[in-house]
Design a protein around this ligand. Structure first.
Ligand code: F42
Length: 145
């Protein structure tokens, strides 16, 4: 079994601990926004370690939209490279845990559609995109059939 390495950011590691430690019954929202969060368990591209990344819960049918906004920081978050290297992930949405496969959304039309859904779920994504010159990466997680 690979080792779990928590995020170096305390507030993120603490949310994961609360969310996962309660089997998805506590710590379900982002700070004071009250908006729902999922936990994406992914594999470190270099370490091979287990990484747990909280992201906003953005749903498109049976799928989840994963947005690499990182608050509009100049660089992509590291987890996007993990997902590119190893697209098989586990997603915890409250008490429900599913094995899913992730792909980066490249097609402009598909990205625009999913971006609109993401902004509706979490309006600050617009401000984050305006803050940075990089194009924020969008991924789609689909259940493994
Ligand atoms: N981030 C988002 O980008 N989008 C969201 O919608 C979002 C929502 C959200 C909600 C709640 C919450 O608590 C956090 C939320 N975040 C959101 C923040 C998110 O969880 C991440 O913390 C953030 O995106 C930064 O991701 P990161 O992967 O860059 O994490 C950093 C801080 C980190 O912990 N880095 C590790 C470190 O040690 O510095 C490395 C992690 C890693 O995966 N290492 C790889 C490995 O092999 O293990 C190396 C990979 C490589 O290529 O170098």
């Amino acid at each position: 079994m690979a080792e779990y390495i928590p995020s170096t950011r305390d507030w993120v590691a603490e949310q994961v601990e609360l969310y996962e430690g309660s089997q998805g019954t506590e710590g379900l929202t982002l700070r004071d926004t009250g908006l729902p969060v999922i936990i994406v368990t992914n594999t470190g591209a270099k370490t091979g370690a287990i990484r747990k990344t909280p992201l906003m819960r953005v749903v498109d049918g049976d799928n989840y939209v994963l947005v690499g906004s990182q608050g509009g920081a100049p660089k992509h978050p590291v987890w996007v490279y993990n997902l590119t290297a190893e697209p098989n992930v586990e997603i915890r949405d409250g008490t429900i845990v599913q094995s899913m496969r992730v792909r980066e959304v490249i097609d402009t039309e598909e990205r625009n559609r999913l971006w609109a859904i993401a902004v509706e779920a979490f309006p600050p994504y617009t401000e984050y995109q305006n803050k940075t010159s990089r194009v924020i990466k969008v991924f789609l997680a689909e259940p493994k059939g």
